[in-house]
Design a protein around this ligand. Structure first.
Ligand code: GTP
Ligand code: MG
Length: 388
């Protein structure tokens, strides 16, 4: 650089950089948030349908992709180059439909926010009507409902219909009874609903609508529009039986999350299952294989730790799940952390016992300290690193 340039007034750089007649476009009125994971085949079709049904309204679509291996984010960006109404938020090392929706909403400025799946199961033709209802001003949120009169769950098999009914019954503790489809993934709301709930949202799992209803400090004024849930157009479903577990965790977080972190609760439930595994393996070693106690105890401890690690990886830390080589590294750090936790457990329990307390409170104190240690350390050491 020319040394004289160091003394050049700052404004002169900008004078050159900014055209005097730069076109200014105001932000859109409606942002449509679409969470995606491996949905490459559905992107063009969804954008095409939004263009048709929203006409000349002021809108944008924000795809929030969790680094799909099929390159969904790259494809969205290709569309965005040609049409500035299309945007992409790409998250790395993260999973989760609800958290994707929240982060997508936060990346926008529109006064109206919609959420819709990418696989065209939701009826996008309802979007203009949803927007008109919100503009009238007497509703906070409009929900696309499969269960309102005129709606339909489509071609679900008996198992899925049962799972949905079960989850719906559970949700009643948190959402108004008149809301027919609290687990709908298709809705539109005012931005004020996001602003009023965002700091309380759990953002766990698949069901962002239940979360919004349970997190907003006042009862929400809502309307429902019936629609028929269509068959997934292309690609694979991400819904599995763990989705129900996630939903239970969401409800628990809403009810007791203020006092106990729900991940800690999940970690403790898995830990209790690990105790059962420990005793089963120990019994097998002692009675089936006639091993010595110390050898049996060592094998049972390792099996229980491995079980706990594997199950926590799938349930408690589903959103940061470790795979492949990272799974092995995570296992090693988990075993190391829990071994130290075991020593802490023993130390605390024997100290409390030595102070003259009975065996039950002493054991309980040891277990509690060990569990908190294991939880805190593995959260940072085993799963915290997954993001890096
Ligand atoms: N960003 C993000 N999106 C996700 C994730 N899991 C699912 N999705 C998206 O969320 C939407 C709903 O997921 P689906 O697998 O279609 O779930 P579903 O509609 O309840 O189930 P199906 O009827 O079997 O399709 C789709 O657009 C998915 O691509 C995730 O972990 N992260
Ligand atoms: Mg779907």
């Amino acid at each position: 650089m020319n040394p004289a340039e160091h003394h050049r007034p700052l404004e002169t750089y900008f004078d050159n950089a900014i055209p005097t007649q730069a076109p200014v476009r105001s932000g859109p009125e409606l942002s449509i948030i679409v969470p995606t994971f491996n949905e490459r085949e559905n992107i063009a079709e969804l954008i095409g349908r939004l263009v048709v049904c929203l006409g000349d309204r002021s809108w944008e679509v924000v795809f929030v992709d969790d680094d799909s291996p099929d390159g969904t984010a790259d494809l969205v960006r290709e569309h965005a180059v040609a049409d500035s109404r299309v945007r992409c938020v790409q998250r790395i090392g993260r999973r989760g439909l609800s958290s994707a929706c929240v982060e997508g909403m936060l990346a926008t400025t529109a006064p109206y926010l919609a959420v819709i799946d990418s696989d065209l199961q939701h009826d996008e033709r309802l979007l203009p009507q949803m927007l008109d209802i919100l503009r009238q001003g007497d509703s906070d949120i409009v929900v696309g409902s499969r269960y309102a009169p005129g709606g339909d769950i489509g071609d679900w098999d008996a198992r899925r219909a049962r799972m949905s009914r079960f989850a719906m019954r559970l949700s009643r503790v948190l959402v108004p009874a008149e809301l027919t489809d609290p687990m709908s993934g298709f809705f539109m709301m005012r931005r004020s609903v996001l602003d009023g709930s965002v700091h309380r949202l759990s953002a766990i799992g698949f069901k962002i609508l239940t979360d919004v209803f349970a997190s907003f400090p006042q009862p929400l004024r809502f309307k429902e529009l019936p629609y028929r849930f269509r068959v997934r157009r292309a690609g694979q479903s991400k819904l599995d039986s763990v989705t129900v577990w996630d939903y239970v965790m969401l409800l628990l977080d809403k009810m007791i999350g203020r006092w106990i972190p729900v991940r800690f609760l999940a970690f403790s439930i898995v830990g209790a299952m690990g105790v059962a595994v420990h005793f089963a393996v120990l019994t097998l070693c002692l009675q089936g294989l006639h091993s010595g106690f110390v050898a049996g105890q060592a094998v049972a401890t390792l099996c229980a730790m491995t079980f706990n690690y594997a199950v926590n990886n799938v349930l408690t830390y589903r959103d940061m799940r470790l795979r492949g080589l990272r799974w092995l590294r995570g296992w090693a750090s988990f075993v190391l952390a829990c071994s130290i936790g075991g020593i802490a457990n023993l130390g605390v329990a024997s100290t409390v016992y030595g102070l003259g307390h009975g065996w039950f409170p002493s054991a309980f104190a040891g277990i509690l300290v060990g569990a908190v240690w294991n939880y805190g350390v593995t959260m940072m050491l085993t799963w915290g690193r997954a993001r890096k």
